[in-house]
Design a protein around this ligand. Sequence first.
Ligand code: BES
Ligand code: ZN
Ligand code: ZN
Length: 474
Amino acid sequence: MKILNLKKQAELEIVLLRDKKLPKALTKAEKDALEIQNYKGEGCCFLVASKKFFVGIESYNYPFPNAIRDALANALASIKKLRIKSASLVVESQQEAKEVCEGVLLGSYVFDAFKSKKGENNLQEIYLSSTKLEQKILAQIIKESQILSESINQVRELINTPPMIATPKYVADFAQRIAKECGIECKVYDEKFLEKEKMGAFLAVAKASANKPYLVHLSYKPKVAKGKNLPKIVLVGKGLTYDSGGLSLKPGDYMTTMKSDKSGACAVIGILESVAKLGVQAEVHGILGLAENMIGGNAYKPDDILIARNQKSIEVRNTDAEGRLVLADCLSFASDLKPDFLIDLATLTGACVVALGDYSTGIMGYNQKLKESFAKAAFEAGELSGILPFNPYLRKLFNSEVADLCNIPSSRYGSAISAGMFLGEFVAESLTQKWLHLDIAGPAYVEKAWGVNPFGASGAGIRAVVQFILNQTK
Ligand code: BES
Ligand code: ZN
Ligand code: ZN
């Protein structure tokens, strides 16, 4: 579907109803048609005779960033089934334009690669115009939204790809292809490199799988005038292409959807693609920890003691707490790049979903201001989040009798936070104030469509992190 910056007659006119206000210029027939349907500006209403599609924008009485995006995504589900190829729409502000574009482009994604009968979509073009915005600005917003939404939809497709196909190697190849396309650097390291780097925690998780682990390092450095200092942001993504739980095997019900345990790493690919295509004035690196958590004679076991890259020893008590082991070594590796901001994205804990619900990302770290500025960026970008606070008592729950740390806490309460604090042990001490942990276990995978997210992978974290990076360049 294309959004074009055009003031042109289309087969259908989409009319946004702000604050439930119906347009003044309605014909008698239109008024009658609305009356019969008892339409008061809530939800959608299609006036067949005049080819107008009214979209009511739900006004929430508390700060909530998604009203227009959600309304458009919802409307599109009906519009694309009509026998209509083009629609027009008028927006009043930059924010509205951005939300309309994202609502349309993100809301219209479907994962139907494996369906014999593809989802129905007749709508091909949307003409966007505004009496209040300059042409140039509107064109720029459309272009930026298209870049971001295309990255997100590609990432969704990658995450949705079944684990028999989307192995660590497949994701590494995908990253390499994207890097080539947008002219960024991509290094793919195999098991030998992990051994050389003494990544004992990462290697242990990957041991039982027939699909070998990879660490990918993506880097984007824009051309810049001499003497100009760019902020350096390093992103780390959990890329478990499948999490069976390992020997601490997940029950069947909890294992399904675990193809989405690579969502953090996949989001990092999408963020790098977006910042490169947008030409953002920041140096951005992405480190992907790609592995599969499986069972077998060679599997790592509860009772094993692993030595991580930073030399800390870890007692394994549960092989299902594997993400933190992969990330431990990746965070240590990423710390060596000496970033101004170090951010990890991970579907780390079910506890984060219990704490915040399915819709919000958990923001954690040691720097209150940084956490708040990230939450603000997420909100601006239309993503929901909540800050979960660290405390020294939860940190103690990781104490082990036999090693420096244990990979699970001694209490299950607060375990989204304690998992975050575990990760903090592998961030270089000089960087603890510059580090953020984002637990995307809730919003990464959607089993009941909401907002701009259809069934399946959502691409959570991409919009928020891109906005955060943009804010550092202002
Ligand atoms: N990948 C899971 C976390 C997860 C759960 C993501 C649900 C998305 C939806 C992670 O590796 C895991 O299994 N965590 C355990 C930790 C526990 C063993 C301490 C969990 O959350 O139960
Ligand atoms: Zn797990
Ligand atoms: Zn996992």
